[in-house]
Design a protein around this ligand. Structure first.
Ligand SMILES: [Fe+2]
Ligand SMILES: [Fe+2]
Length: 294
């Protein structure tokens, strides 16, 4: 990118539940490479690692991406479909001395009931030490971290809406099984001159809460795009209505949903946002230039 050119953000979806492009692989989970090109250089952040590094690597190869060029990895939360591929990826790709940003609660046991049975929803064995043993630098943080000019993590998302609730997840506390508020859930924010791009993993804190939090963190209002899993699979009609209502007030230029957003929410968002809505899948590539009006 030459001097004087406008910054550009590119989003490469490496893992989604569906693959709708020829030659790509779908697997339940999420991983995306976010690239910010500025006149003075580029920053690349891998957001999540899906459940299996083989899928990320195969899809990255097909897109012609070299993952050893990644500057940092953000794990949005401790569920297996986002953090499961991390250790294998660190073994397969040279990411020596690259930061892996993760919230401390992502390293706790993550549990859920499936068919009435308590099962692990996390990545047993994931710890600061094993990340370090693979040569990367674990940055275990509850708060927001600036990774480069124009790229920051949200850290813990302030929960302010009254309709976005975390339900159905468990962890182990001092007294036994307790509900897991998923405080580890976080996203990535890219700041372009024209506005914000907000990338969520599952948005367990709520997609609206995540956007509001990103706006508070940056002091910026205008949202160019909200991208990722919105965790609305199985959401009630009321939650869907209120989410769409709040998103319309925020008025992002693009709504780019995938993973755990769910079929009903895809349909609702499609009819609410029309051409501004797009469903992403493995192999999707989105380019957002800052020349879009603010
Ligand atoms: Fe997920
Ligand atoms: Fe999740």
């Amino acid at each position: 990118m030459g001097e004087g050119e406008l910054p550009e953000a590119k989003i490469y979806v490496l893992v989604d539940d569906y693959a709708r492009r020829r030659g790509f692989i779908g697997q339940h989970g999420f991983s995306a490479l976010i690239e910010l090109k500025r006149p003075d250089g580029a920053t690349r952040v891998l957001v999540d690692a899906g459940q299996d590094a083989r899928v990320i690597l195969a899809n990255a190869r097909r897109l012609g991406l070299d993952l050893s060029q990644v500057d940092a990895v953000l794990i949005t939360h401790g569920h297996y479909d986002h953090a499961g591929g991390l250790l294998e990826l660190l073994s397969e790709v040279e990411l020596r001395n690259k930061p892996v940003i993760i919230h401390p609660d992502a390293l706790k046991p993550k549990l859920a009931f499936r068919a009435g049975k308590l099962v692990s929803a996390g990545v047993p064995g994931l710890s600061e030490d094993v990340i370090r043993a693979r040569g990367a630098i674990p940055l275990v943080s509850r708060g927001s971290l600036k990774l480069a000019d124009g790229i920051l993590t949200t850290g813990e998302v302030r929960r302010q809406t009254d309709f976005e609730r975390v339900e159905g997840f468990y962890t182990v506390g001092p007294g036994g099984l307790v509900e897991d508020p998923m405080l580890d859930d976080q996203g990535l924010v890219v700041e372009l001159p024209a506005g914000l791009i907000i990338i969520t993993g599952c948005a367990h804190s709520g997609v609206v809460n995540t956007i509001l939090h990103a706006q508070e963190l940056t002091g910026r209002e205008h949202v160019l795009a909200v991208v990722g899993g919105f965790h609305l699979e199985g959401a009630s009609q009321e939650v869907l209505d209120r989410t769409v209502e709040a998103l319309k007030r925020i008025s992002p230029e693009q709504v780019l949903a995938c993973h755990c957003t769910g079929l009903r929410a895809f349909c609702r968002l499609q009819s609410a946002f029309g051409p501004k809505f797009k469903r992403l899948s493995s192999g999707s590539v989105i380019s957002i230039k800052s020349s879009l009006k603010a």
